[in-house]
Ligand binder design. Structure first.
Ligand code: VGL
Ligand code: ZN
Length: 228
């Protein structure tokens, strides 16, 4: 059995319009060449998230882009990968073309870029699991309450990002047409699991830009100003 992608009746937001504002944060998970068609760990149709994400990027006041960034000898790499946690083909090796964010992906100049998975012996599926950056504290510090999660892959890094964002106390919207998974069955199961965990499933077409933007972070002399 498969769950139809356009079954809006299952959406926690019930097909309602969601007005996005200055503090709302878009999280774009691992939209990198290796996770797109032609990449070493390609997610079927993975690049289909790009136009969806690009369309809604302007609706937000803050943006977090994460990337998987592994050393060549990362512990999750296997010569005989089983395509499950801990057993992947080499992917997103630091500095290789496969690790680049997809060229067609829009990225605002003041987006926050989060690198994860660079510890050779540790897996890090979420930008909230990065030791040198407390992403949750950063977002709370800027009075962010709602995060909207997009990207690849639904069952792994998107899933973990949603769960960590919920655990950190954010209201979490999962933008269903802006994510793709490795297996359709597992993806459908994951979406249901995340909804039970408290994520609100929405479609990008439900999002409406309020036009509200954050106050500038710098004054005319280039000095930082308090933004909240
Ligand atoms: C991912 C498997 C291994 C992901 C990253 O971005 O979902 N999946 N590394
Ligand atoms: Zn990885």
């Amino acid at each position: 059995m498969s769950v139809a992608r356009d079954d809006r009746s299952s959406s926690g937001a019930g097909g309602q319009t969601i007005l996005t504002g200055a503090r709302d944060t878009l999280i774009v998970v691992d939209v990198q060449n290796d996770f797109c068609p032609g990449g070493s760990l390609a997610v079927p149709d993975g690049d289909a998230v790009i136009p969806v994400i690009n369309r809604i990027v302007p609706f937000f006041g803050r943006w977090i882009y994460t990337r998987d960034w592994h050393p060549a000898d990362h512990s999750s790499f296997s010569d005989h990968p089983e395509y499950r946690d801990g057993s992947w083909p080499p992917h997103c090796v630091q500095g290789t073309p496969g690790s680049d964010w997809c060229r067609a992906l829009d990225m605002p100049m003041n987006a926050i870029l989060v690198t994860k998975g660079d510890d050779p012996v540790q897996e890090a599926h979420s930008g909230f699991q990065v030791e040198r950056l407390d992403l949750a504290a950063f977002l709370h510090g800027h009075n962010v309450e709602r995060v909207f999660i997009t990207g690849l892959a639904t069952e792994y890094c998107v899933r973990q990002t949603v769960l960590d964002a919920l655990a950190a106390g954010f209201t979490v919207y999962l933008v269903e047409d802006a994510v793709r998974g490795i297996s359709p069955e597992e993806s459908a199961r994951t979406l249901a699991e995340l909804e039970r965990a408290g994520a609100i499933r929405v479609w990008s077409t439900q999002l409406v830009d309020s036009g509200e933007r954050p106050a500038p972070a710098y004054d005319e002399h280039g000095n930082p100003v308090d933004d909240d």
